[in-house]
Design a protein around this ligand. Structure first.
Ligand SMILES: *Cc1c(COP(=O)(O)O)cnc(C)c1O
Length: 454
C-alpha cells in the first residue's frame, strides 16, 4: 500500500454531487415535529410560512437516499472544498500510540467552521424561492458569520439576532458579519414584540439563544419575503453536512483505510450527524461496523444525562416540538461554560441513532477539553475551536488506550473549526481561572419537569 500522506486531498471532481440522507436507511425514523398547539405531526406545508419551501421538503424527506446538490451550491463548495483529511502523525508521535489518528478539518474558510456547508445551501434555496432575505439567531457568531457569507454571495438580505452578551463581548465576529452585509441586532431587542416583552420583564438581561431564536422567527414571519433559517439540529442541516462524511469516506477508501472509530463533538448534532451519516448508513445496511462516539460538554450533557422526550426547541416556545434527548428548554449551562455546544437538545436523527444503540456518547469537562486543545495545537499547528476540542479530547483518550492494549486502531475525528475568536476562553484557561461546573441531578430534573406533557 502506498504511504499515507499527511493530508489526503480529494480532487475537485471528487466533491460529492449529492447529499446522503441517512433517514432513508433508518428502520426507526426520527420522530416527526409536532404542532405545539395541537400536538399533531406537522406537514411540510405547515412549516412553509417559517422556512423556505424546498428546505421544508428536505426536512420531511425520510425516503430519498440521495438528494442532488444543485450546481450553484457545488460552485460555492469548490471555493473551499474538498476539505483535507489529515493524518495526525505528529500527535501520534507525541502520544507514542500505535493508533492511527485522522481528522477531517472543516476550519479552512473565513467563517472558520463546518456551518458554511449548510448556510450556502439554505441561502441558495431562499434565493431560488425569490425571497428578499432571511433572519436567524447566533450565539457566539459562527453560524451568523457563515450565513452572512452565503447571503452576500446570493445577494440576499440577512438579519441576525445576536445574543446580547456575545454582541458586546465578541465584537469581532459581529464585524465579520457586518462586513458581509448582515444587520446584527443585539437580542433581546426593541424591534420585536417578544424582545420588548423580555426586556420589560427582565431589564438588563444578557439574552439567550432561545430568546434570539424567538425574535428571529418573529422577524421572519412579520416581514414580506423573509424566512427563518437555523444552523443546526434540523434534519435538513444534517443532510447538507453529509458532505463532510462523504468526503471523509472517499478519502479513506482511496487509501484502503477502514476506520475503527469515528468521533465528533455534539452541540445540536449537525457536524456529528454529517460526519457519521455515510458510515452509519453502512451499519444500517449491514455492510460494516464502526464504533461511533458523540462527545458533549459535562456542563450541557443532553445525550448522557437528558431524557428522550418531546420538548420545545426554543425558550420562547414559538417553534415546533421535537422529540430529542433534551435537558429541558429552560436549561441554562453555567455562565462559566466557555466551550460552546450550549444547546439544551439534540438533533432528532442523532437522538434516534443513540436510542437505537448505533452510537455512544461521552461527556467531558471543559478544563480537560482545553488541555487537549493546547496539546493538539502545539503539535499539529492548528488552533482548534473549543467545540472541536471535545472530539480531540476523546480521540486522545482513545489513542492512549491503544497504547495500553497495543491496538493499531484507525481513529477518525471531526475537527470542525478554528478557535481564533475564542481567545477569551483560552485566556481563562491559560490564566488558570477556568473551572468546571457540572449540573446536579436536581438542576436537570427541574428543567426536565417543564417539558410539555403530551
Ligand atoms: C456550531 C459549532 C459546533 C456545534 O454544532 P453542531 O451542530 O453540533 O455541529 C461545533 N464546532 C464548531 C466549530 C461550531 O461552530
Amino acid at each position: 500500500m502506498s504511504e499515507i500522506p499527511y493530508k489526503i486531498y480529494l480532487s475537485e471532481s471528487e466533491i460529492p454531487t449529492a447529499w446522503y440522507n441517512v433517514r432513508a436507511d433508518m428502520k426507526n425514523k426520527p420522530a416527526p415535529l409536532l404542532n405545539p398547539g395541537t400536538g399533531e405531526p406537522l406537514k411540510a406545508e405547515d412549516l412553509m410560512p417559517i422556512f423556505c419551501e424546498e428546505l421544508c421538503k428536505q426536512e420531511m424527506n425520510n425516503t430519498d437516499q440521495w438528494i442532488d446538490i444543485p450546481g450553484e451550491i457545488l460552485d460555492f463548495y469548490k471555493m473551499y472544498r474538498p476539505s483535507p483529511l489529515v493524518r495526525a502523525y505528529c500527535l501520534e508521535k507525541a502520544l507514542d500510540t500505535p493508533a492511527h489518528i485522522y481528522y477531517k478539518f472543516e476550519g479552512n474558510n473565513t467563517s472558520g467552521s463546518h456551518k458554511l456547508n449548510s448556510a450556502i445551501a439554505q441561502a441558495y434555496y431562499a434565493k431560488k424561492q425569490g425571497l428578499k432575505g432571511v433572519t436567524t439567531e447566533t450565539g457566539a457568531g459562527q453560524w451568523g458569520t457563515a450565513l452572512s457569507m452565503s447571503t452576500a454571495y446570493f445577494g440576499l438580505d440577512c438579519q441576525v439576532y445576536m445574543v446580547k452578551v456575545s454582541y458586546e463581548q465578541k465584537p469581532f465576529r459581529r464585524e465579520v458579519m457586518r462586513t458581509y452585509g448582515a444587520t446584527v441586532t443585539p437580542s433581546p431587542s426593541m424591534t420585536t414584540n417578544i424582545g420588548r416583552k423580555i426586556n420589560e420583564e427582565f431589564p438588563g438581561t444578557d439574552g439567550s439563544l432561545g430568546c434570539a431564536i424567538s425574535e428571529a422567527v418573529e422577524a421572519a414571519t412579520s416581514q414580506e419575503g423573509y424566512r427563518y433559517v437555523l444552523g443546526s439540529v434540523l434534519n435538513q442541516v444534517l443532510l447538507h453536512q453529509s458532505v463532510i462524511g462523504l468526503e471523509a469516506k472517499a478519502a479513506l477508501d482511496k487509501y484502503g483505510i477502514k476506520a475503527d472509530m469515528i468521533i465528533g463533538c455534539a452541540g445540536g448534532g449537525s457536524n456529528l450527524g454529517g460526519l457519521i451519516s455515510p458510515f452509519v448508513g453502512q451499519m444500517l445496511r449491514g455492510e460494516a461496523d464502526y464504533e461511533i462516539i458523540a462527545v458533549e460538554p459535562a456542563s450541557c450533557p443532553s445525550l448522557t444525562r437528558g431524557s428522550y422526550v418531546y420538548d420545545f426547541c426554543d425558550t420562547g416556545r414559538v417553534c415546533p416540538l421535537a422529540k430529542m434527548y433534551t435537558l429541558g428548554s429552560d436549561f441554562m449551562p453555567a455562565p462559566n461554560h466557555a466551550g460552546g455546544l450550549r444547546y439544551h437538545g439534540m438533533s432528532s436523527i442523532v437522538s434516534q441513532l443513540y436510542d437505537d444503540g448505533l452510537i455512544k456518547a461521552r461527556s467531558v469537562k471543559q478544563t480537560d477539553v482545553f488541555a487537549a486543545a493546547e496539546q493538539f495545537a502545539r503539535v499539529e499547528g492548528i488552533l482548534p475551536a473549543p467545540e472541536s476540542s471535545h472530539a480531540i479530547k476523546v480521540a486522545i483518550d482513545e489513542a492512549l488506550k491503544c497504547k495500553e492494549t497495543g491496538e493499531a486502531k484507525n481513529i477518525v475525528f471531526g475537527l470542525t473549526g478554528t478557535g481564533y475568536f475564542d481567545l477569551v476562553a483560552y485566556q481563562k484557561y491559560n490564566d488558570g481561572v477556568m473551572d468546571d461546573y457540572i449540573p446536579t441531578d436536581e438542576d436537570i430534573a427541574a428543567s426536565l419537569a417543564k417539558c410539555p406533557k403530551l
